[in-house]
Each structure stands twice: as C-alpha cells, then as structure tokens.
Design a protein. Structure first.
Length: 201
C-alpha cells in the first residue's frame, strides 16, 4: 500500500509540474497573439499610395485621422464664421474616420497629418459623407479643406439636404511633405453628422 501511495504521489506531482509548465507557456505565448498597435495596423501605408479602396477607407488613405489636432482659431481663414456663443467642436475618430457631430452653431477647425508626401498637380480623391442635413431654419453649411493653406475644396452645402457620400477629385497647387496638415473648416447649423473618410491617390 505504501508503494502504491508513493506511485500515486509521484503521478500527482508530475501532473502538477505539467500543468505549471503549460500555464507558464501560455503566459509566454500571449504577447505574440496580442492585438497590433495602431502604428502596426497601418504599417506599409506610410510609404506610398493604396490601390485597394476598401483598405483606403479602413485606414484613411493618405491621412491619419487618429492623430487629429485642434487648430488655433486665430489661424482659421474663415474665423468670421464664428458667432457669439458659437462653440468650437471637438471631433472624434469613429471606424477610422474623422467624425464631426454638430449641434446648433457648431464650428470645427481641425488638422489631420499626411502619412506620405503629395506632389503639386497630383489628382487626389477626398472621400467625405454627411447625414441628412436639417436645421430649424434653412441655410448653408460651409466646408473648406486645405493642405497647410493650399485650398483643395471650398463648398457651400444647402440645409436641408439628403444624406450623401461625396467623392471629390482635388489637386494640390504645391508639393506637401508627410506630416503636412489637411485642415478642415466646417460651419454648420443644425444637429448633423459629417465624416472625412479618406484622402487617397
């Protein structure tokens, strides 16, 4: 009986050792399976154009929405749009896009850096959307997009308007290095939703 007990004790000890090894191994392997960082997810995009539209829409193409910054209101070329009591909006990043949620008299003035350089005269596509635009009284929204002052788009959008997905071909007038800011000015009346989805070749 003592011999059998000794055998069973050794067996239990070996099982515990195997379990400890498996548990330790699992902690060693977890980092290799961890989710990639934001930088890893866009690895390879910084160096050049994206041919696949779905991939472009997933990561913003030539812009990095997750690195947006609020700009100095004094540098806004359309600062005259600011009205007494008008708020300066704070965007958010939703599904890899820059989302601008507006309420009455909300003005946005934000910058989003380029992932890669663009050349003067190079045709680019600006992908943007808005919800059905409504307000208490009819009016216009004003959307202006530039690259460090190089105007790409300057457009009045009537309110009310149906929802839309807009694909604008835009052309920079001069070269811009990676890190240059795509600057977005939006002046809107009513509780509406706008998105800057991508800038792509």
């Amino acid at each position: 009986m003592r011999a059998r007990a000794a055998v069973e004790a050794r067996s239990r000890s070996a099982a515990r050792a195997r379990a400890s090894f498996v548990l330790a191994a699992s902690f060693v392997l977890v980092p290799a399976c961890a989710a990639p960082t934001a930088r890893e997810q866009v690895s390879g995009v910084d160096a050049g154009p994206i041919a696949d539209l779905d991939a472009a829409l997933a990561v913003g193409g030539l812009i990095a929405p997750e690195r947006y910054t609020l700009l100095d209101p004094a540098a806004d070329p359309l600062a005259a749009h600011r009205e007494p009591g008008c708020l300066l909006g704070e965007p958010r990043v939703e599904d890899g896009t820059l989302e601008l949620e507006t309420n009455d008299c909300v003005l946005f003035w934000v910058g989003v850096p380029l992932r890669a350089p663009v050349r003067a005269g190079e045709p680019l596509r600006l992908v943007r959307t808005h919800s059905a635009l409504v307000a208490r009284t009819p009016g216009d929204a004003h959307l202006r997009v530039d690259l460090d002052g190089d105007v790409l788009l300057d457009r009045a959008v009537p309110i009310p308007s149906p929802d839309a997905i807009d694909l604008d071909t835009v052309t920079p007038a001069r070269d811009h290095a990676a890190g240059a800011l795509l600057r977005v000015h939006l002046h809107n009346h009513g509780a509406n939703n706008w998105r800057v989805v991508a800038l792509e070749r």
